[in-house]
Design a binder for this molecule. Sequence first.
Ligand code: DHB
Ligand code: MG
Length: 226
Amino acid sequence: MSEPSPTPTPESWRRVDAYLTETLVGHDPDLEFAVAEQHAAGLPPIEVAPVNGKLLHLLVRIAGARRVLEIGTLGAYSTIWMARGLPDDGAVVTIEAEPAIAKVARANLDRAGVGGKVEIKLGRAADVLPGLEGAEPFDLVFIDADKESNTIYLDWAARLGRPGTVVVVDNTVRGGEVANPATTNSQIIGVQRGLEMLGRDPRFDATALQTLDLKGWDGVAIAVVV
Ligand code: DHB
Ligand code: MG
C-alpha cells in the first residue's frame, strides 16, 4: 500500500458522483422530466441516483433480461432506466401501492416512450405478487419498496424467478445503520433480515456494495437465484 486512502467528505463524494455522472451517464431529458414531475407531485425525492439507474440498466442488458419485475414504482425513474435496457419484446411489471403515485409514473413512462413495455400493477406488493405466479419467470427483480417486507419480496423473487435470475435490493446500507445490531428502526431491521436471508437462503448467491452518491451513504445488494 502507498498512501492511506483519504476519508471522503460530503463535498468530495458529491464531486466524484457529479464527475462520474457527467462522464458516464450524461443527461436525459425524459429521466430528468420524470424526476421533476415526481417532485412537483409532492413525492419524496428517493428515486435512485443516476449512476445507480445506469447500473440497473446495465444489469438488465448484461443479464439479457426480457422480463423485469420491480417492487416499488414511485415516479418510474428506475423503471424507465430498466425498460430502456430491454429488447423490443421485453416487459417490466412494476408494483405500486398508491394510485396517485401510479398516475405520475404512467405519465412519466409514456413521455419517455416506454409506456408500451411497462405494466403497472396497483396494490400492496404482498397482495399482488401471488397473482404473478404461473406466468413466464422474471429474469431480473428489483426490490425497492417498504423495507420491512424485504424478506417477503426476496421469497417471491426466488419463486417468480428461475436459476440465473438477477435480484437487486436497494437501500441496503442506510447511512451505516445496517451494521447496528441494536437498531430499533423497523426499516433497518427489515434490511438486515433481507441481507441475512440472502446470506443464508440456499436459493441465493449474493453480495452487497456500499454506495456514496448524491443520495448519500447507502448500498445495493445483488444476487443470483441459484
Ligand atoms: C428512502 C430511500 C429509498 O431509496 C427508498 O427506497 C426508501 C426510502 C429514504 O431515503 O428514506
Ligand atoms: Mg430505494
